[in-house]
Design a protein around this ligand. Sequence first.
Ligand SMILES: Cc1cc2nc3c(=O)[nH]c(=O)nc-3n(C[C@H](O)[C@H](O)[C@H](O)COP(=O)(O)OP(=O)(O)OC[C@H]3O[C@@H](n4cnc5c(N)ncnc54)[C@H](O)[C@@H]3O)c2cc1C
Length: 408
Amino acid sequence: MGIAAEGFEDHPVAIVGGGIAGLTAALAFAERGLPVRIFERAPELHEIGAGLQISPNATRILDRLGVIEALDGRYAIPEAVTIRDAISLKVIAEVRLGAFGQERWGAPYLVAARGALQSALLKRVAQEPLITLTTGAEVSDFDVETDNGIPQLAIRENEGERTVPTRLIVGADGVWSTIRDHGGPEGQTRPIGTVAWRATLAPQEGAAFRRIAPDDRVTTFASPKFHAVAYPLGDGSLNIVIVTSGTLSRTGWVREGDPVLLAKLIDGAHPAIAELAALVPNWTMWPLHIASPNCGWTHPNGLALIGDAAHAMAPFAAQGAAMAIEDSFVLVKLVAENALPEALARYVALRRPRIRRVGLRGGLNQFAWHARGPVAIARNLFLKTRSPEKLAADLDWLYGWQVDESIR
Ligand SMILES: Cc1cc2nc3c(=O)[nH]c(=O)nc-3n(C[C@H](O)[C@H](O)[C@H](O)COP(=O)(O)OP(=O)(O)OC[C@H]3O[C@@H](n4cnc5c(N)ncnc54)[C@H](O)[C@@H]3O)c2cc1C
């Protein structure tokens, strides 16, 4: 069935949320010649948040959509991902990236400030006449079972409420999604009892960091009580995230993390890690929540969830944003090439196994990084026998993923 027959021209796609998922999906729809509207609750999209590792499976798509060029060099290409023991600082394992990764997976592994990626996506969105982005527009309700068969959104703006009919609602509204409500009880998110503390270290603190690891790569410091991940952001500064046990009564980024509490939570780490943590003037905290990937992601009348709205995951595989980017691209390709109900059914059938596999990989990383005693010894011995080639090959299914090969 052609796209015109589906009614997309009369009732364009409506994307709820202007995060990484929503903006990528809008660019992918525009690439297919489909008009699309984005409704974003925030009055403005600021350059906020931490750093992001963007693996080749995602940079391949971003490159195709012109986003890598729009980043205008505001990123770094790390030489490797290294895992070190957070107590002894000894190297446990290393996966080569840089030119090796680019060659192996056909696209670069980048690290960038989240704000830099958001700006590049917005720059590209602004260049596309088929995309309309409305900020300060909160989707307060939706209906996929209307009398005329056309789904609709209720949108709350400064001027009041309005109803928007659309052939397809794309729920890209993040971990606390309104659109996920249609997925029933499985759609609830839950805290996992861990908190991510993040900070950016200014370039002048680079010397303190280089006492614990080279600053040209992503380094994970593993310990039974916590793990920390640090990497360069391309402008001389370093992004550092420390994941500890804990809960917060609020959701979203919470400013002013207590450094005394953090020092207690990472007690026992190598003194240079503790000293580095003490140098940070402001820690921001984020309580980790996940959404079961089993909730209903679609409704055949015209609804699909993408990104964290569908399957918010813990960041142990550094793949949440990458999966949001993959979801967007797969969904748009299927919608553009198939009748809508078939496209939505295939979207779920294709994405669910991959999301589950990524979730398992994240769980394995979490287990390995937080191992203690004999399990940690066994982990170290196992990784010692693994050649760099084998460690890279273990990631081919993840980083070497290609959209066209995934849809057959
Ligand atoms: C500490 C940490 C480190 C991470 N590191 C990595 C990493 O290295 N690599 C990686 O790939 N991923 C990483 N992730 C995961 C990644 O950040 C997320 O998966 C990704 O940002 C999800 O994007 P999204 O667009 O789905 O959701 P969001 O970024 O949450 O965007 C949702 C948007 O929807 C808007 N919205 C919400 N409700 C409404 C509504 N009712 N109406 C209108 N608009 C609405 C919000 O304002 C927001 O702009 C990390 C996550 C954390 C917490």
